[in-house]
Write a protein that binds this ligand. Structure first.
Ligand SMILES: [Zn+2]
Ligand SMILES: [Zn+2]
Length: 288
C-alpha cells in the first residue's frame, strides 16, 4: 500500500491473552508503537476483557485503540467470524451474550478432550491451564491454540501447525463443533451495542457464494479485504465485493503473538488501513 505510506496506519485485527493471543493487551500496544502504527483494534474471540487495559496503555503510548471483538458464528457448516468495532464495551446485553458464547466454547473444549482421549491422547483441562503459567481470568477462555500448545508439550504433536493438521483442524479426528449463532445474529448484536459489524477474513471460508449470501442478509458495514492469509487474488476479489455491496474494505493482521517461534496469521501491522477508512467505519457504526 504505497499510496498510504505517509499516512497514519491502523491494524484492525489483533488478539491478546484475553482470548488466544500470547501478549497481554498492553504488549500489543507497545508493539504497535514499535512498528510505528497510529493505532490498533483489539479483537479477541467472544470477549472484550482486554479492552480496558489496552485503552489505558494506548493513552500512555499515544496509540489509538479501537474497541473491538471477534464473534464466532456458523453458517453453511463453516466457522464464520464477525468482527465488531466501536462497540460499547460496557453494554450489559452484549456482555451477557458474549458470556453465553464463551460457555459454548467450553462445552466444545470438553468434546475435543473426549475425542483426544478416544484417540489415545489423554489431556486434562488443568494441564492446558497449567501451560498458561498464570491463572485464567473468568472473562477469558481456552481455545484450540491452547489445546494445540498442550499437545505439543505432551509430545503428541511436533508443533502447533502439526497439531491442527493432524487433530484439531476442521474435519480432523479431534475436531468438534457445537451449536453456534449465525453471522447475521452476531452482526445484529454488534449494531445493538453501537458498533460496526465487519465480515472477517472471507478468504478463509473457501466459498464466495456463502460470503455473498451472508453480506446480503446480515448487512455488515465492512469486509476484511486485507488479511494476513489473503493473497493478491483474494484482495482483488473482496475489493470487488466491497464495491458491489458498498462495504468499507478493512485490514488486519490477525496477530496472535509468537508461539513456539511461529507467528500465527501475521505480524502486528502486516496489514493496515488509513485514517480515512477508519473514520468511515466509525461513521457507519451503530446504525441500526
Ligand atoms: Zn478469525
Ligand atoms: Zn482473529
Amino acid at each position: 500500500m504505497n499510496d498510504t505510506a505517509l499516512q497514519e496506519l491502523y491494524d484492525l485485527h489483533t488478539h491478546t491473552r484475553a482470548s488466544d493471543g500470547m501478549n497481554d493487551p498492553a504488549g500489543n500496544i507497545r508493539l504497535a508503537k514499535e512498528k510505528g502504527l497510529a493505532g490498533i483494534a483489539i479483537t479477541d474471540h467472544d470477549t472484550v476483557a482486554g479492552i480496558e487495559e489496552a485503552l489505558e496503555a494506548g493513552r500512555q503510548y499515544g496509540i489509538t485503540v479501537v474497541p473491538g471483538v471477534e464473534i464466532s458464528t456458523v453458517a453453511g457448516g463453516r466457522d464464520i467470524h464477525v468482527l465488531g468495532y466501536f462497540i460499547d464495551v460496557a453494554d450489559h446485553k452484549l456482555l451477557g451474550r458474549l458470556q453465553k458464547l464463551r460457555e459454548t466454547r467450553e462445552a466444545r473444549n470438553d468434546l475435543i478432550l473426549e475425542k483426544l482421549q478416544a484417540l489415545g491422547m489423554p489431556l486434562t483441562l488443568q494441564e492446558i491451564k497449567d501451560g498458561l503459567g498464570r491463572p485464567l481470568r473468568p472473562d477469558e477462555s481456552i481455545g484450540r491454540p491452547h489445546i494445540a500448545d498442550a499437545l505439543v508439550r505432551k509430545g503428541y504433536a511436533d508443533n502447533m501447525r502439526d497439531a491442527f493438521d493432524r487433530y484439531l483442524g476442521e474435519g480432523k479426528p479431534a475436531y468438534a463443533s457445537v451449536p453456534r449463532i449465525s453471522p447475521e445474529e452476531a452482526m445484529q448484536w454488534i449494531r445493538e451495542a453501537g458498533g460496526a459489524p465487519v465480515l472477517a477474513h472471507p478468504g478463509l471460508y473457501g466459498d464466495d457464494e456463502l460470503v455473498r449470501r451472508i453480506i446480503a442478509s446480515g448487512k455488515p458495514v465492512g469486509i476484511e479485504v486485507y488479511h494476513s492469509d489473503h493473497g493478491a487474488n483474494e484482495e482483488q476479489r473482496y475489493l470487488e465485493i466491497a464495491a458491489q455491496f458498498d462495504l468499507v474494505p478493512t485490514a488486519g493482521s490477525d496477530y496472535h503473538g509468537v508461539r513456539q517461534g511461529v507467528v500465527f496469521h501475521g505480524d502486528i501491522g502486516s496489514r493496515s488501513l488509513s485514517l480515512c477508512v477508519l473514520e468511515e467505519l466509525r461513521v457507519r457504526s451503530g446504525l441500526k
